[in-house]
Design a protein around this ligand. Sequence first.
Ligand code: NAP
Length: 252
Amino acid sequence: MSEILSLAGKVAVVTGASRGIGRAIALEFGRRGAAVIVNYHRSAEAAEAVVAEIATAGGQAAAFRADVSLAEQASALIAFAVETFGDLHILVNNAGVTRDMLLMMMPEEDWDVVVNTNLKSTFLCSKAAVKYMLRKRSGRIINIASVAGQMGNPGQTNYSASKAGQIGFTKALAREVAGRGITVNAIAPGLVETDILQSMPAGALEAALKLVPLGRLGRPEEVAWAAAFLASDAAAYITGQVLGIDGGMAMM
Ligand code: NAP
C-alpha cells in the first residue's frame, strides 16, 4: 500500500457498518490501518463479526449501537470514537434504508423514517464530528448518497429526496469547512449487491440493470475502494464532489 493511500493512525466512524456497503468500507479502512468504529442499529452479531474480522487481520475496531437518526445517539457515537481511540479523522455517513411506495400511497411514517435515517443522520453525525475536526483543522466526511438522488426513481420519492438532500448538504458543508482543512464529499452508488436490493419489486432490478452501461451490479468493495481513496491523503484537494460508483448509470 503506497503511503499516500494508507489510513494508518486515523480514527474512522462508519455508520451502518454491520452489513453491505458500510461493512465493506469498515473492512477496507481497517485493512489500510485505520482504527474503526463499526456503528450498527439492529445487527449486533454482524457488527461484532466485522470487528472480529478487522482484529484478526491485525487492525483495531470497536462496535457501537446507535440509531443515528436520533440526536443523542448520534452524538454518543462520535463521543465513543473519541473516548475509545482518542481522536476522530474520518466520518462516513453510510446508514440508510428504503421504504418504497408510490407517492399517493406513501404513509407519512415511511417518509419520516427514510428521510430521518438517511438525511437527518448525516446532519446529526456531521455536526457532532465537525466539532472535533474544526479544532484540529483537518478531517474527512464522506456521505453515501445514491444515483436515486441524481436521477430520481419512481416509487422512491422519500429515498430520492433524502439522497438529493445529502448531495446538497455535502456541497454546502464543503464550502463551510474548507478553510479549516476539512473535506466533504459524496459517493453516489448505483445498483450494489447488498440486502437493500431485496426490497425491490420483482422485475424492477432487471429493468434497472438495463440502465447500467457496464451491465452488472456493483460490489460493496467497489464502493469501499472509492471511500478509502476519498479518506486518504491522496484526496486532499477534492471537496464538494459527488463520485458516481454506478457502472455508468448516471453520468452527471
Ligand atoms: P444494507 O445492506 O441494507 O445496510 C444498511 C445498513 O444501515 C445496516 O448496517 C443497518 O444496520 C444500517 N442502519 C439502518 N438504519 C440505521 C439507523 N437508524 N442507525 C444506524 N444504522 C442503521 O444497505 P446498503 O446497500 O449497504 O446501503 C448502504 C448505503 O448505501 C445506504 O445509505 C444506501 O442508501 C446507499 N446505497 C446503496 C445502494 C445499493 O444498491 N446497495 C445504492 C445506492 C446507495 P443494522 O442492520 O444494524 O440495523
